[in-house]
Design a protein around this ligand. Structure first.
Ligand SMILES: [Ca+2]
Length: 119
């Protein structure tokens, strides 16, 4: 910032998030005359401003690359994604990003019973 021809270097990152630097800037990185951001997983730096982290829409990407191959209907969420599953499949509660079939669930239940019987 220049006041009366004197330029003062301001470190926005020492200020308050949402006031001195953008609310959606995850890790503020001070630069000369400005600032930029580092973003958390699932977000990318907005290339128009370089000062905001925006959600990556994994569902716009390629199945098996940007989102799980076993995700039937990809549903974008902030910082991540989840899936809707076809009939006979359930969302894997461990990740919320994979659909698992009935057969797999039956095997898992049998395995659990076997473990219980062994006790
Ligand atoms: Ca996302």
């Amino acid at each position: 910032m220049c006041i009366f021809v004197r330029c003062v270097h301001i470190n926005e990152c020492e200020g308050e998030r949402g006031e001195d630097y953008d609310e959606d800037c995850h890790i503020c990185v001070n630069t000369i005359g400005s600032y930029t951001c580092e973003c958390e997983d699932g977000y990318e730096l907005d290339s128009t401003t370089n000062q905001t982290c925006i959600d990556i829409n994994e569902c716009d990407g390629e199945k098996g690359v940007d989102y799980d191959e076993d995700c039937h209907i990809c549903v974008n969420t902030n910082g991540s994604y989840t899936c809707e599953c076809e009939n006979g499949y359930e969302l894997d509660s461990a990740t919320n990003q994979t659909c698992i079939g009935e057969l797999y669930l039956v095997i898992e239940k049998l395995e659990a019973r076997k473990t219980q019987d062994a006790k």
